[in-house]
Design a protein around this ligand. Structure first.
Ligand SMILES: [Zn+2]
Ligand SMILES: [Zn+2]
Ligand SMILES: [Zn+2]
Ligand SMILES: [Zn+2]
Length: 343
């Protein structure tokens, strides 16, 4: 068979090879490839997640040509490729710093920090509109398996603590989970009541905007960053619109596709943790994702009304006349890429 025929049925994004053109068209209709997918800086292959890009560049089972170049000029933190090993060194110092062990920073930041910091002075502040939230849960219920929020932290984009407090549980605590929470009964005895914590956080997030008017762009409400926020917000009994939520556990490029490796060097830590560390880790992950340098498109989402059914709108015969690059050109993302928050 001629190689040219083979490459005609090859997906321009993930490089999957199809026997028949109609199968490639079918693949393009459902895969929502886009410029927002993690992409190899060498061969331009699109991956579903940073984890699969890491496998492609580092292993297990890397693509050898890409691995060879990556090992000389590739950043092992953000997986970008640089012009020279010098350019890589300059970049990597900064990149590594932004992934610095959050535990060290927590201890630094905690010097001079009191729990139960007041949000009153920052409540209407301009500037950073992105905040990260994390909770620590203790156990309730007969077997102690029910998560009960006992500590909560909120930081701004510069990793300053906005709010950091113990929360008085509304039901009896049957397991303090001390090995991971470091929480003792006496810390919660006179802690802030849940109701008050809820109100403070909710008001701070909405920032004076009524809930029904909250919209992703141009409003005063804040973007909320976290890991597994559904659970945190559920335990705190806080309602917040999903358009304002950036959850590192639900962002497709950061989702784990297997248990082989960790996406971007941010491991869920073990041992006693301060929720501040979780806030810092997720905030850094968010700002790194937001700073991705992707091509700007007028209507970046497949779900944007202007693009609705961008593939369905085309007749099969029209699509079959396109080459793989042209098909990729009209394909749009099925998730909201966080780079879109930056413009
Ligand atoms: Zn593909
Ligand atoms: Zn993007
Ligand atoms: Zn590659
Ligand atoms: Zn990097």
């Amino acid at each position: 068979m001629l190689p040219i025929l083979l490459s005609r049925n090859r997906c321009a994004a993930c490089f999957r090879q199809f026997n028949k053109l109609e199968h490639l068209v079918e693949h393009m209709r459902v895969s929502y490839h886009s410029v927002h997918e993690p992409t190899c800086g060498i061969c331009r292959k699109h991956c579903r997640s940073f984890e699969s890009l890491r496998e492609h560049l580092i292993g297990p089972l890397p693509k050898q040509e890409c691995k060879n170049i990556f090992s000389i000029r590739g950043c092992k933190f953000c997986l970008a490729i640089f012009e020279s090993s010098y350019a890589l060194r300059v970049h990597q110092e900064r990149c590594q710093l932004s992934g610095l062990n959050a535990g060290v920073l927590a201890r630094l930041a905690n010097l001079g920090i009191r729990d139960n910091l007041s949000m009153d002075n920052i409540g209407r502040a301009r500037g950073s509109q992105v905040v990260a939230l994390a909770c620590k849960m203790v156990g309730g219920g007969i077997d102690g398996s029910l998560d009960v929020c006992a500590r909560v932290c909120l930081i701004d984009e510069n990793e300053n603590i906005i709010f950091h407090t113990y929360v008085k549980p509304t039901i009896p605590v049957t397991n303090y989970r001390y090995e991971t929470t470091g929480i003792r009964p006496e810390y919660l005895r006179d802690a802030m009541p849940l109701r008050q914590v809820q109100t403070k956080i909710h008001d701070f997030l909405c920032n004076g905007e009524p809930m029904w008017r909250i919209r992703p762009k141009g409003g005063r409400a804040r973007i909320l960053v976290g890991h597994g926020l559904d659970h945190d917000l559920d335990r705190l009994q806080i309602d917040y619109p999903s358009v304002m939520i950036r959850d590192t556990a639900k962002y497709p490029p950061l989702m784990k596709t297997s248990k082989l490796s960790n996406s971007l060097n941010y491991d869920i830590q073990t041992g006693i943790q301060d929720p501040y560390e979780d806030c810092v880790a997720t905030m850094r992950l968010y700002t790194r994702m937001r700073s991705q340098n992707h091509r700007v498109e007028d209507y970046p989402l497949a779900a944007d009304p202007q693009n609705r059914n961008n593939f369905a709108a085309w007749r099969q015969s029209e699509l079959e006349r396109m080459n793989p690059d042209q098909m990729l050109e009209i394909s749009r993302s099925d998730y909201y890429c966080w780079c879109l928050d930056s413009n």
